[in-house]
Ligand binder design. Structure first.
Ligand SMILES: [Fe+2]
Ligand SMILES: [Fe+2]
Length: 245
């Protein structure tokens, strides 16, 4: 497959609070920098409680990545303790956009201050539609919360309260890929023509059972894209999916 675009998707770093594993953090940086992707996507939970000293650690950690273009959205942990305001100070917007003609990537803030449930909100639907309508090329959204329950993660919690409406909107807009995190366990669902790709935690020991830290590598070609899951602990690359763009 001839590579047109490549992005690395990491999630749930959880700096602060004693969950971040420096060795895993270093490996994520090392592997990502060696790949030289076009874009680094981070789908939230950079911190543990949204405190400023945790954000300071995030800023220091992100300096290690050589990827210049980044798209970052907050998670429920980042929105705690008015952390969403620090997020805006540091990263500018909670709704970032990346466009290069062949691909449109839109970040959505699905968090709410001091509430773990996800929520996009109907007031944001026109903005989402505006970003994707009349766009050719691949359309990708990035948000922290999963839009469909993830097996093996216990009683369902925190799914966006308006997940049904958001899913309908994404399908109608022909958004091909939704990247998310939150559950700390990788999974893929396919609904209509939309792939819902949830990443695991890349660097934290907040793991489910004996699962492993991981992140996603998305390689986009002219006609298809490939999803590879990278096991951070072993460095093993696992090909998960090849599908038409
Ligand atoms: Fe998390
Ligand atoms: Fe989360």
């Amino acid at each position: 497959m001839k590579k047109v675009f490549q992005l690395v998707h990491i999630s749930d770093l959880h700096l602060g609070g004693g969950y971040f594993v420096p060795d895993w953090g270093g490996r994520v940086v090392e592997i990502t920098n060696a790949l030289t992707p076009d874009l680094l996507v981070i789908t939230g939970d950079l911190t543990t409680e949204g405190h400023v000293h945790e954000y300071d650690q995030v800023v220091e950690y992100l300096k290690n990545f050589s990827v210049a273009r980044r798209l970052i959205v907050p998670g429920n942990h980042d929105a705690r303790n008015e952390g969403y305001m620090i997020f805006e100070e540091l990263f500018g917007t909670r709704y970032p956009v990346f466009e290069d003609g062949k691909i449109t990537v839109l970040g959505l803030d699905s968090s709410q201050p001091d509430i773990d449930d996800g929520h996009i909100g109907r007031s944001n639907y026109p903005m989402i539609a505006h970003r994707f309508q009349d766009r050719s090329g691949l359309k990708i959204v990035c948000l922290h919360h999963h839009l469909v329950p993830i097996p093996g993660t216990g009683r369902e919690r925190h799914i966006p309260t308006d997940a049904g409406d958001v899913l309908k909107l994404l399908v109608e807009l022909d958004v091909r890929i939704a990247l998310s995190g939150h559950k700390h366990l990788p999974w893929v669902w396919h609904i209509e023509n939309t792939w819902l790709i949830t990443g695991g935690t890349a660097t934290s020991r907040r793991l489910k059972g004996r699962s492993y830290p991981s992140f996603n590598l998305l390689t986009i070609g002219e006609r298809e894209f490939e999803l590879v899951e990278v096991n951070v602990a072993t460095g093993k690359h696992i090909r998960k999916l090849v599908a038409p763009v």
